[in-house]
Design a protein around this ligand. Structure first.
Ligand code: GMT
Length: 368
């Protein structure tokens, strides 16, 4: 099929999922056209079935807020026409769904169905805000297909927006050949790792507090990967608590699997996580997650089996789990192996991509 994909081409989870999806689809013989304002970070330039179409937004002085959504809609229609796309698949509802809906109208009567994949904050934080509420609901309802990355998010979308159409749950996935344990990983130093966009919802400051507690019992280092508004406060807190020598802020990293495979435990103390892609990435590398019991995380992590789930903000409980894992070799081996097993048996791209392909075929056959 010929598929147009639009996402935020940044380091957020939705952009990563969309990019990896495009790569996997191209490897399976589909022609993939990314339509966005920048080249998605993990895009493979070598694959000739992957194309990138930049959306240019002019900055006329009259525009205090350049109309990206309109430029995106025009580009979507242009690319769809030029490359005879079968459908558009947009990731993150705002503003991508409404742009796709406009593109579909522009091309009518030629059909251009579009699928919206909901990722989380587009529903739970941004979409539920008063100023975006109606347009988010409208654009989701306009979609020819809707998917959510967890049962939690599906339920939340129904509760918040009263959506009547089918919302199909297709979870995040992982390339189990690229994300894998490194048998040569040294046993020491013990390393904790946190990966996020350092937004308040990720609670990266909790990682510093957990580190401080863990250091009271076990010698350990912490890698903080990513960047965002809470990075500065996290760096300041590390100095304030006197643990700055044990923590390294590594900024944005394109190939996080290299770091994950060298770590021992993932810290994910988020206030909310619709799925928790970072936890899945760690689990695929055989790195147990110590996370919060929120959103879709309990669908991914079985407490005590392939990771641990504790309440939000309960630093002592999170630290106790980390200490348990790092000091009980038998427990660590068991949980690490189970984490890898969960990733491989339930979330490998070879299981999940066919679910998207089936949906694409259904939508194409229904619309055209
Ligand atoms: O976590 C973020 O704020 C980024 C956000 C995104 O859309 O880029 O991530 C969301 O989508 C990911 C991919 O589906 C999920 O794994 C994350 O759990 C979800 N984040 C939240 O719900 C906070």
């Amino acid at each position: 099929m010929r598929i147009g994909i639009t996402c935020y081409p940044t380091f957020g989870g939705s952009g990563i999922v969309a990019t990896e999806l495009g790569i996997e689809l191209a490897q399976r013989g589909h022609e993939v056209h990314f339509i966005s304002y920048a080249n998605p970070i993990r895009l493979d330039p070598e694959n000739e079935r992957i194309h990138y179409h930049e959306v240019e937004v002019s900055s006329y002085p009259l525009f205090q807020f350049p109309p990206y959504t309109l430029a995106l809609a025009s580009r979507m229609a242009e690319v769809a026409e030029l490359y005879d796309l079968d459908l558009l698949h947009v990731h993150y509802a705002i503003p991508h769904s409404i742009a796709a809906s406009l593109a579909r109208q522009m091309l009518a009567p030629k059909p251009l169905p579009f699928i919206t994949t909901l990722h989380g904050t587009d529903i739970t934080l941004v979409g539920a805000e008063r100023s975006y509420f109606r347009i988010t609901k409208f654009s989701i309802e306009q979609s020819d297909g809707i998917t959510a990355v967890s049962h939690y998010l599906r339920q939340k979308t129904i509760e918040v927006f009263g959506i009547q159409q089918e919302i199909r749950v297709i979870p995040n996935f992982i390339n189990c050949f690229r994300y894998k344990p490194d048998p040569t990983r040294p046993a020491e130093p013990k390393r904790l790792v946190h990966i996020s966009n350092f937004r308040p919802v990720k609670r990266p400051l909790d990682c510093i507090r957990i580190l401080q507690r863990v250091l009271e019992s076990v010698e350990v280092e912490l890698w903080m990967i990513g960047d965002g508004p809470e990075r500065g406060p996290a760096e300041a807190l590390a100095r304030e608590l006197g643990v700055e020598k044990h923590v390294e802020f590594l900024g944005k990293q394109a190939r996080v699997e290299r770091f994950l495979a060298q770590a021992h435990v993932l810290l994910l103390p988020s206030a909310l996580e619709s799925f928790g892609l970072a936890a899945l990435e760690a689990m695929a590398c055989g790195v147990p997650p110590v996370a919060t019991r929120v959103g879709g995380l309990p669908e991914l992590i079985t407490h005590g089996v392939d990771g641990f789930l504790e309440p939000v903000g309960e630093i002592d409980a999170h630290a106790a789990r980390v200490i348990e894992l790092l000091t009980n070799q038998e427990l660590y081996q068991r949980v690490a192996a189970a984490a890898r097993n969960t990733a491989v048996t339930r979330y490998c791209s070879s299981h999940i991509i066919p679910l998207y392909e089936r949906l694409y075929e259904e939508i194409r056959d229904r619309c055209c």
